[in-house]
Structure formats: C-alpha cells, structure tokens
Design a protein. Structure first.
Length: 73
C-alpha cells in the first residue's frame, strides 16, 4: 500500500561536488521510500537558472505515479 507523497530537496555528494535533487517520498508497506527523484544540478547551476531572466519558471511539474499499475492489479 502506497500512501500520499511528500516532496523535498536533498543533496548528494559525489567526489567534492554537491548535486541537488527533488525527491518524492512515500510510505510503502509502512516504510518510508523514495518513489521519484528529479535531478536539479549543482548549486551554481540552479542559481544560474534562477537568475537567468530568459529561463522559464514552471508553474507546475508533471508527476509519474510509481507502482500505480501494480497496485491496481
């Protein structure tokens, strides 16, 4: 059984560089699990995108239901 998701931003260190991800966590069979993650990039890359006036600002983000077909089956 999968309960509703909660999104947060996490960082992962690879080598000497920090990379940022948006992750959606949910309880699967009573245990917290990451059900979806989206790569954002490094802090400098994310800051550059935010400061760039030509970059579009998304009003919504598409989501993918992880495991929904199996749960319905």
């Amino acid at each position: 059984m999968v309960l509703p998701c909660m999104a947060s931003i996490i960082k992962k260190k690879k080598g000497n560089t920090l990379y940022y991800y948006v992750v959606e966590s949910a309880r699967v069979d009573g245990k917290p699990r990451i059900v979806h993650q989206t790569y954002l990039g490094t802090a400098e890359g994310v800051a550059r995108l935010v400061q760039d006036s030509g970059a579009p600002v998304p009003l919504a983000a598409p989501t993918v239901e992880f495991g929904l077909p199996a749960a319905q089956w």
